[in-house]
Ligand binder design. Structure first.
Ligand code: EPU
Length: 337
């Protein structure tokens, strides 16, 4: 375990923001992690994993731990299901590809999501009608204070829309070291009703899709709408989709009859923030090196040298205009540091 000094974090965050870590340490095992947490000379630690859901706005005056613990292992199986232990530093999409190779179903709709497996429970990642909670079995996390390993069940994680225990009560207290995921071995339950998956499959003349076909459709849709972080810095959806209650929704939809929405329950209606932002005229707009993606207004982008503060200013401008035009407050989904 080597501690480095003054390291740029530009290549460790998908927004490509160039801030410095005062101290930096690559973590490749749970032992490393436990040892690093016991070092007394660094009072503060900061954890970075895939760096795909954070906006860094300042230098990090702490010991940055880059979680790079690898490993994928089947830990139990029946005729129908398999439980796989995936270490925190595995790239999420590589794990999806691994599952497809083994014909394990359940995560094909979540293909091509940036980030690592260890951070997937924190915000309960999701796409095209499937969320991590649907396949999550349990996870292990190290307690930052006393270095004991604790197992969290699905119940403990208290998942919600882009929410979990780790974003609320557990914030700053644990580092997830592995996630156990339960997938199907046969009779896969395909979920093709969401968004344009169905039409993407039809376009390719696929009538009886396999999990691989669904994954490929999702990848094609995501590639057409979302910028790849390697080409242009971004953090996926920057904002959460706001959820209105029935009364608020009625007021909103009467004034905006063309607005898309998803009914989540009798009293919960999700409005796509991308639509609201586009209606405010931001789609494709650029302010210096900070901008709003031209194909998906929910995604803010760094064209090269934007600072975290440039992105924040743009986000605030968007929040204000959406509020003025629709009387709806939207909130960032990414962690602002
Ligand atoms: N829309 C617009 N303009 C835009 C963007 C979207 O009018 O610029 C409209 C679309 O036409 C569509 C609706 O908004 O009617 C929904 O758009 P989309 O299907 O692209 O999904 P989203 O609600 O904008 C969410 C997730 C994405 C996920 C997709 C697909 C959140 C915050 N975002 O986006 O997640 O991939 O659904 O399931 O829930 C991420 O979290 O990083 C992410 C990309």
């Amino acid at each position: 375990m080597k501690i480095q000094k003054n390291i740029s974090l530009k290549k460790y965050n998908t927004f490509g923001i160039d801030v410095n870590a005062k101290y930096f340490c690559e973590i490749t095992s749970i032992n490393d992690l436990s040892e690093a947490l016991q070092l007394k000379e660094y009072p503060e630690i900061f954890v970075i994993s895939g760096g795909s859901n954070m906006l860094l706005t300042k230098d990090i005056n702490a010991l940055v731990l880059h979680i790079n613990i690898k490993g994928i292992q089947i830990i139990s199986e029946t005729d129908q299901n398999v439980i796989i232990k995936v270490m925190a530093g595995e790239n999420w999409h590589n794990f999806v590809l691994w599952a497809l190779e083994h014909n394990f179903g359940g995560i094909e709709n979540m293909s091509f999501i940036p980030g690592n497996v260890g951070t997937s429970p924190i915000q309960n990642i999701g796409a095209y009608g499937v969320e991590l909670k649907d396949v999550f079995y349990s996870c292990e996390a190290i307690d930052i204070n006393n270095q004991t390993i604790r197992v969290f069940s699905k119940f403990d994680c208290n998942f919600g829309y882009r929410e979990s225990f780790f974003k609320r009560e557990g914030k700053g207290k644990y580092i997830i070291t592995s996630v156990n995921i339960k997938l199907t071995k046969n009779n896969h339950k395909l979920n093709t009703s969401y968004g344009t998956i169905e039409s993407e499959l039809t376009k390719n003349n696929i009538t009886k899709p396999s999990i691989k076909d669904v994954s490929e459709a999702v990848i094609a849709i995501r590639k057409s709408k979302l910028p790849g972080p390697k080409e242009i810095g971004n953090s996926g959806s920057f904002f959460k989709n706001p959820i209105l209650n029935y009364k608020e929704f009625n007021v909103f939809i009467t004034k905006n009859i063309d607005a898309p929405y998803y009914k989540m329950s009798e009293d919960e209606y999700k409005i796509p923030a991308g639509w609201l932002i586009e209606q405010c005229g931001f789609k494709g707009k650029r302010f210096g090196d900070a901008g709003v993606h031209e194909k998906q207004a929910l995604v803010l982008v760094n064209y090269g040298d934007a600072s975290g503060k440039d992105i924040i200013h743009l986000a605030q401008k968007i929040i204000n205009e959406v509020d003025t035009k629709f009387e709806i407050t939207i909130f960032p989904e990414v962690n602002i540091i």
